[in-house]
Write a protein that binds this ligand. Structure first.
Ligand SMILES: *Cc1c(COP(=O)(O)O)cnc(C)c1O
Length: 397
C-alpha cells in the first residue's frame, strides 16, 4: 500500500483488478459478488461487451474536442435523455456534484430574473448532494460540512418527508426559488418518503412559482425500475440531475430542465472543458441502448422485488435486523446497531457491500444479475450478517 494518496477515504484493504458481469476479482484472484456496483454506477455490471466494444471504437475514433464546437454525440445524448425524462434541455458535465452545481446555478439565475436579493433553495435534512462547496452546503450532514465554513449562503433546511415543515417555510420565508430533494435518500440510508410527498412538493412549487429540483443521481437511469424514480409518483420536476449509472463508470453527469428553467443559461453563464465529450457521450448512449435492448428497467424492478422478498423471509425475527426497504435495485437493510466492520466481514463471505448512515446495509447491484446471482447475493449477505451477529453475541456473552 502506498502513502502517496490524500487521506479522503478509509479504504478496505482489498484491491480489485478485474470484473465481469456482477463479479470482481482481487489481486489474489479471489472472486466476489458485487452488490454495490461502484456505488450505483455499474448498472450493466463490469466489462459489458456492448459497452466495451463502443468505447474501444470511440477511443480509436475521437475522445475530445471541447464545447467550442458542435458535438454530434452530445446532441444525440441530449435528445435521448430529454425524451426519456420528459425534460426539454440538457447540460452535460462530469459528476453528480457538478450536475447539482448546474441545478443550483439555474435556481440562482431564476431568482436573479425575479430581482430577488437573496434567492433561497429549500433543502432537506439527512440529504446528500455532493462535495463541492455549494453541494456540501445543500447536503444535510454536519460531517460533510464540518471544517469548510463559511458555507454558501441561500439554503434553508427542513426535515425530509415533512410536508408541514415545508408549508411553514412557504408562509414565513421570502425569496424562495426552489426545493431540492432526492426521491429516495441514498447516502442518508435508503429512506423512502411516504407516497404523495413528492406530489405535494410538486403542487407547492406550482403554487408558489418555485422550481422543483430532483437529485436523481443515485435513483435515476432505471435503478428503481423506471427511468426516473419520480415516475412512480407521476410527477415531473423542473430540473433533474443525473450521473452515477449514466456512464457505467465513464464519468458523466447531466443537468436536465424543462419550462422556464430550460432556457436560463446563456453563453458565458456556465461551462465545462470536458463535459459531454464524444467519449463520455458514446458511453452513455450505449448504456441507454443496452438498458432498452435488454429490458433492464423492468428487470431491475422484478429483481428488486425478488431480493427484498427473500431478505424479508430470511431476516424475519432476526435480532440484528430492524427493517428492509427498497425500490428496484436500491435496497437498504437497517440493522439495530451500527456495523462499521460489516463491509470487511462481507468480503470474507464473498460479497461487496456498503454500510451507510452507520447502520444501513446498502445494496446497489447491477441490473444484469441473473436469478441465480440474486439468490447468491442474498445468501452471502445473510451469512455476513449472521457472522456479525455471532461476533456481537460472543463479545457480550
Ligand atoms: C453520489 C451522489 C451525488 C454526488 O455525485 P458525485 O459524482 O460523487 O459528485 C449527489 N447526489 C446524490 C443523491 C448522490 O447519490
Amino acid at each position: 500500500m502506498t502513502d502517496s494518496l490524500m487521506n479522503t477515504y478509509k479504504r478496505l484493504p482489498v484491491g480489485f483488478i478485474r470484473g465481469e458481469g456482477a463479479w470482481l476479482w482481487d489481486e489474489a484472484n479471489t472472486q466476489y459478488l458485487d452488490a454495490i456496483g461502484g456505488i450505483a454506477v455499474c448498472a450493466l455490471g463490469h466489462a459489458h461487451p456492448a459497452l466495451t466494444r463502443a468505447i474501444s471504437e470511440q477511443a480509436a475514433t475521437l475522445l475530445h474536442t471541447s464545447n467550442l464546437f458542435r458535438i454530434p454525440l452530445q446532441e444525440q445524448l441530449g435528445d435521448r435523455l430529454t425524451r426519456a425524462s420528459g425534460m426539454e434541455k440538457a447540460f452535460f458535465c462530469n459528476s453528480g456534484a457538478e450536475a447539482n452545481e448546474a441545478a443550483i446555478k439555474l435556481a440562482r439565475l431564476y431568482g436573479n430574473n425575479k430581482k430577488y436579493k437573496a434567492p433561497t433553495i429549500v433543502v432537506m435534512e439527512n440529504s446528500f448532494h455532493g462535495r463541492t462547496l455549494a453541494t456540501l452546503t445543500a447536503t444535510g450532514s454536519r460531517k460533510v460540512q464540518a471544517g469548510f465554513e463559511p458555507l454558501v449562503k441561500g439554503f434553508l433546511r427542513v426535515p425530509f418527508g415533512d410536508v408541514a415543515a415545508l408549508e411553514t417555510v412557504a408562509q414565513n420565508a421570502t425569496e424562495i426559488v426552489a426545493v431540492m430533494v432526492e426521491p429516495i435518500q441514498g447516502e442518508g440510508g435508503i429512506r423512502i418518503p411516504d407516497a404523495g410527498y413528492l406530489a405535494h412538493i410538486r403542487r407547492m412549487c406550482d403554487e408558489h412559482d418555485w422550481l422543483m429540483i430532483l437529485d436523481e443521481i443515485q435513483t435515476g437511469v432505471g435503478r428503481t425500475g423506471r427511468f426516473l424514480a419520480a415516475e412512480h409518483d407521476g410527477i415531473l420536476p423542473d430540473i433533474v440531475s443525473l450521473a452515477k449509472a449514466l456512464g457505467n463508470g465513464i464519468p458523466i453527469g447531466a443537468c436536465l430542465a424543462r419550462g422556464n428553467a430550460a432556457t436560463l443559461f446563456h453563453p458565458g453563464n456556465h461551462g465545462t472543458t470536458f463535459g459531454g465529450n464524444p467519449f463520455a457521450c458514446r458511453a452513455a448512449l450505449t448504456v441507454l441502448d443496452t438498458i432498452e435492448k435488454e429490458q433492464l428497467m423492468p428487470r431491475a424492478a422484478a429483481l428488486g422485488a425478488k431480493i427484498t422478498d427473500l431478505f424479508r423471509a430470511r431476516f424475519d425475527g432476526h435480532p440484528m435486523v430492524r427493517e428492509i426497504r427498497g425500490k428496484g435495485l436500491m435496497i437498504g437493510i437497517e440493522l439495530t446497531q451500527a456495523a462499521p466492520e460489516l463491509p470487511a466481514l462481507a468480503l470474507q463471505h464473498g460479497v461487496v457491500l456498503n454500510v451507510t448512515a452507520d447502520k444501513v446495509i446498502r445494496l446497489l447491484p447491477p441490473y444484469i444479475l441473473t436469478d441465480q446471482e440474486a439468490g447468491e447475493l442474498v445468501d452471502r449477505v445473510c451469512a455476513a450478517v449472521d457472522a456479525l451477529t455471532a461476533q456481537r453475541q460472543t463479545a457480550t456473552a
